[in-house]
Design a protein. Structure first.
Length: 291
């Protein structure tokens, strides 16, 4: 079997061709322009390769309710050209193959659960901290959906009193994304994260905000593993800081074998930035099996 995959991001569209063993046979990247410009390129890419099924993980918000008349649509996105766009329907009409559909970060969580460091676990979360903050949640072996889908990048945090930054989210002054995503770091300090690598106070504050978020997720979702990915987490000095601050905030309230082994509980992404397309391959497989 050959699975086509699409990790549809706000900046770029990453396509892939993956076999049933999880081997990435081909991967390509295209800029996210307007649907009129981008979709024909993507459709032609998949038509040339003739996959048996397609898995899509998209930026959002997106409608994941299969009973909804707008199921498969990108909905109230700030990318106005894609607002209320029937992404799933366009591919179904063009390709005529089974298609699995979810958010990009849920797909990444599924990739880690199927092929990566969450394999074999029933519960875990994947967090991407980059241009934005997104959280994919696996609970009882299934991706978490509900009224919409988790928007856990917008949980509200307690802002450090010394941090006078006004936040970078147009909706919330003190949400996780607005305080800790890559653009927030750059706006707060006037330099990119890469340029700030050797300034300890930058990463102490960043770790504080990440740790606050993790404690909230631990208390509510009780994950068996937390995977941190995205461009900001390429700053590897964050991991020991986040682990220590998370333990400090938990204050021994939760005592499990996972928390006791914190170095193997809060971990970096394990699939060389392929977790998204690998998760999309699993979405494609599930769609094919459900046909």
């Amino acid at each position: 079997m050959l699975y086509g995959t699409l990790e549809a991001g706000g900046t770029k569209m990453v396509t892939g061709l993956i076999n049933e063993k999880g081997e990435v046979l081909e991967r390509a990247s295209f800029p996210t322009e307007t649907p009129e410009k981008t979709m024909p390129v993507l459709i032609d890419w998949f038509k040339e390769r003739k996959p048996d099924a397609l898995g899509i993980g998209t930026f959002g918000p997106a409608d994941l309710d299969e009973t909804s008349p707008t199921y498969g649509y990108i909905t109230s996105t700030p990318k106005l050209d894609w607002r209320d766009y029937n992404l799933l329907g366009a591919f179904k009409e063009a390709l005529g193959i089974p298609i699995g559909f979810d958010t990009d970060v849920n797909a990444a969580a599924l990739g880690e659960a199927t092929f990566g460091c969450m394999k074999g676990l029933s519960d875990g979360i994947y967090i991407t901290i980059g241009t934005g903050v997104g959280v994919g949640v696996l609970t009882n072996g299934k991706l978490l959906h509900g009224m919409l889908h988790p928007e856990a990048g917008h949980i509200l945090l307690r802002q450090n009193p010394i941090d006078r930054f006004e936040g970078n989210c147009p909706y919330h002054r003190n949400c996780f994304e607005g305080l800790a995503a890559g653009p927030a770091i750059e706006k707060r300090y006037g330099k990119s994260a890469k340029e700030l690598k050797d300034i300890p106070e930058v990463w102490e504050l960043e770790a504080e905000y990440i740790s606050q978020a993790l404690v909230n997720y631990i208390m509510i979702l009780s994950p068996k593993k937390i995977v941190l990915g995205g461009g900001v987490m390429h700053q590897e000095q964050l991991f020991p800081l986040v682990r220590k601050k998370t333990l400090d905030l938990l204050n021994r309230y939760i005592n499990t074998k996972e928390i006791a082994d914190i170095d193997n509980y809060i971990v970096p992404a394990s699939l060389n930035d392929n977790q998204g397309i690998l998760g999309c391959a699993r979405l494609a497989e599930l769609a094919l099996n459900a046909r």
